[in-house]
Write a protein that binds this ligand. Structure first.
Ligand code: ADP
Ligand code: ZN
Length: 606
């Protein structure tokens, strides 16, 4: 008798229940309907077509834009005992021939192809293959609106007519309306069933730190890396030079770090990506170019060293953390220089209005003083009024004080300099720094020179940023980025109204004895039953790495972090108990059961 989707989920993938919407999507495909799936990264889109592919006769054809993505999926399927393959230009011709023959015999359940390959093979497929379904992964590549546009994708519109009987499933993690309607139209889908998942990722913490110096940023990053000892992370920077500087600092502390940006050769970039996926390097410091080809499920932290240029890219980038559902950290640094640089980019870009608008939204998010997740979800059209308790605002709600005098001091200095100064000169004047420039322009003579010398320069920077946020001042981008006082600012300057400022909170460095990261903690004790045992986890991790290396697979393909954690918590010593662990299907039970059980037994007996 044919298996049910639930049985397939358990026997092949080792999971007990479907995530929201997966079951409905699978049903829609099994009924032969065209189907559109919008779900965030890590939401579990792949299973939605993989299970129907296993249930239906014939071969499912999956269109994917990148060879690295195909490889990752195929490794994961094979690790679960499912026969999948990719036809692509990086294979030898004899491999491709063998794959074609296997498809003709119906031995391959899932065949991955690039869009151009699909169209060049369309005739062969029509003649020789029983196609169970077409899945178009990363379907947003069809839209010119987004940043991943691939002209080849637009030709996929021909599929609907070429294969009138076969359901087409389009999947993407891009949520905006323009992209969605582009997908529907260009693929010529037939009354498609549409599934739009929640874009909430509750396992990702959201944290923003504003106005940090380079030194402080590095300190916070190091603390995070120590907290996440040995786990993978990505640090995104705005500029190539910054990626190099940050990587240099991390390497000097003994952290295996890779650099990734568009200025490197394709082979250098590939190597970094491979090293990262296979846990040979811990951290990648990258410009935004890094990520699309990464399906790594155990990325534990994402840092934005600078403000990203839009909420879309920000959300996509943090989405690369915690795909396995385990808690993961995200951290965004943001300061006024970032804003100036990004504003210039936007002004000089071909799409000035759109890019300025995108940056405005990003800036509002970074400056907001309500639950960050709430803002993000509302932005993606999921209206919610709940606070998440997993963001910095929920953890430490901002406190305010009457900052009228401080604001007046700053505004008065701007006024007395005829609005001819930028942020840094303003701070110099407030602090009473006698610079050549200030002397030359006579600023050392004005009444406000030095009135704010008791406030640290970095705090002034923060207050000035707050004044910008609250609309007391503006930056004249078309006039050397000089500061201008707004009518609202005038009201405060002339004491017609008061101004509240948020108290600056800066954590002190975590005080503790300096320890080299590579060192293991001193003689840890065995954990109690039912709690995560970190020593056992380490032993399991070593075994996983061994298997991964033998098979040339990433470690998370052998067993996910979540599976490893469960093993180190529940400590199963029978095959039956082992098979109850998250992510253990029939194949992994047979392949790895004995080995891992014996490690656990051995450990428990000591
Ligand atoms: P997406 O393609 O949407 O980014 P994936 O399909 O890669 O997400 O799934 C993310 C992770 O979640 C994978 O490790 C996958 O095995 C796991 N997963 C998917 N569905 C389930 C489920 N029903 N139960 C447990 N884990 C799941
Ligand atoms: Zn929150």
């Amino acid at each position: 008798m044919r298996q049910t989707p639930e049985q397939i989920l358990k026997t092949y993938f080792g999971y007990d229940s479907f995530r929201p919407m997966q079951r409905e999507i699978i049903d829609s495909i099994l009924q032969g309907k065209d189907t559109v799936v919008l779900m965030p990264t890590g939401g579990g889109k792949s299973l939605c077509y993989q299970i129907p592919a296993l249930l239906k006769e014939g071969t499912a054809i999956i269109v994917s834009p990148l060879i690295s993505l195909m490889k990752d999926q195929i490794d994961a399927l094979r690790a679960n005992g499912i026969n999948a393959a990719a036809l692509n230009s990086s294979n030898s011709e004899s491999t491709n021939i063998a794959i074609r023959t296997a498809c003709e015999k119906g031995e391959i359940k899932l065949l991955y192809v690039s869009p151009e390959k699909l169209l060049s093979e369309a005739e062969w497929i029509q003649m020789r293959i029983e196609v169970s379904l077409f899945a178009i992964d990363e379907a947003h590549c069809i839209s010119q609106w987004g940043h991943d546009f691939r002209p080849e994708y637009t030709r996929l519109g021909a599929l609907r007519e070429l294969f009138p009987e076969v359901p087409i499933i389009a999947l993407t993690a891009t949520a905006d309306k323009v992209t969605k309607s582009d997908i529907l139209e260009q693929l010529n889908l037939r009354e498609p069933a549409q599934f739009i998942g929640s874009f909430d990722r509750p396992n990702l913490s959201l944290d923003i730190k504003r106005g940090y110096s380079t030194k402080e940023k590095m300190r916070v990053i190091m603390e995070m890396i120590e907290r996440q000892r040995g786990e993978s992370g990505i640090i995104y920077c705005l500029k190539r030079t910054t990626t190099e500087e940050v990587a240099e600092k991390l390497r000097s502390k003994g952290i295996a770090t890779g650099i990734y940006h568009a200025g490197l050769s394709a082979s250098a970039r590939n190597k970094v990506q491979e090293d990262f996926i296979n846990d040979r390097i811990t951290v990648v410091v990258a410009t935004i170019a890094f990520g699309m080809g990464i399906d790594k499920s155990n990325v534990r932290y994402i840092v934005h060293y600078n403000l990203p240029k839009s909420i879309e890219s920000f959300y996509q980038e943090i989405g690369r953390a915690g795909r396995d559902g385990l808690p993961s950290e995200t951290l965004l640094f943001f300061n006024v220089q970032d804003l100036i640089v990004l504003r210039n980019f936007a002004e000089e870009s071909g799409q000035k209005d759109i890019n300025n608008e995108r940056l405005n939204r990003m800036q509002e998010y970074a400056e907001a003083r309500v639950c960050r997740r709430r803002i993000l979800l509302n932005y993606f059209g999921e209206i919610t009024d709940r606070a998440c308790c997993n963001c910095d605002v929920c953890h430490t709600p901002p406190q305010y004080f009457d900052g009228t005098i401080l604001v007046q001091q700053a505004l008065s200095a701007i006024k007395r300099c005829n609005e001819n100064i930028g942020i840094f000169m303003l701070i110099d004047i407030l602090k009473g720094v006698v610079s050549e420039e200030a002397q030359k322009r006579g600023y050392t003579q004005i009444k406000t020179f030095g009135v704010g010398r008791n406030v640290p320069a970095r705090d002034w920077k923060d207050y000035i940023l707050q004044m910008l946020q609250m609309g007391f001042i503006e930056i004249a981008y078309n006039d050397n980025r000089h500061l201008r006082i707004t009518p609202l600012g005038e009201d405060i300057l002339f004491s017609r109204r008061t101004a509240e400022l948020a108290t600056i909170v800066r954590e002190e460095p975590v005080k503790k004895k300096r320890k080299a990261i590579k060192e293991t903690p001193a003689a840890p004790k065995k954990a109690e039953a039912g709690t995560l045992d970190s020593i056992l986890l380490e032993l399991l991790r070593i075994q996983r790495k061994r298997i991964a290396t033998e098979n040339n697979w990433p470690a998370y393909v052998v067993l996910s972090d979540k599976t490893l954690h469960e093993l180190a918590t529940k400590k199963p010593v029978t095959l039956e108990a082992f098979s109850d662990i998250h992510g253990i299907g029939k194949h992994k039970l047979e392949m790895y059961g004995e080995t891992f059980i014996s490690i656990i037994k051995d450990y428990l007996s000591k």
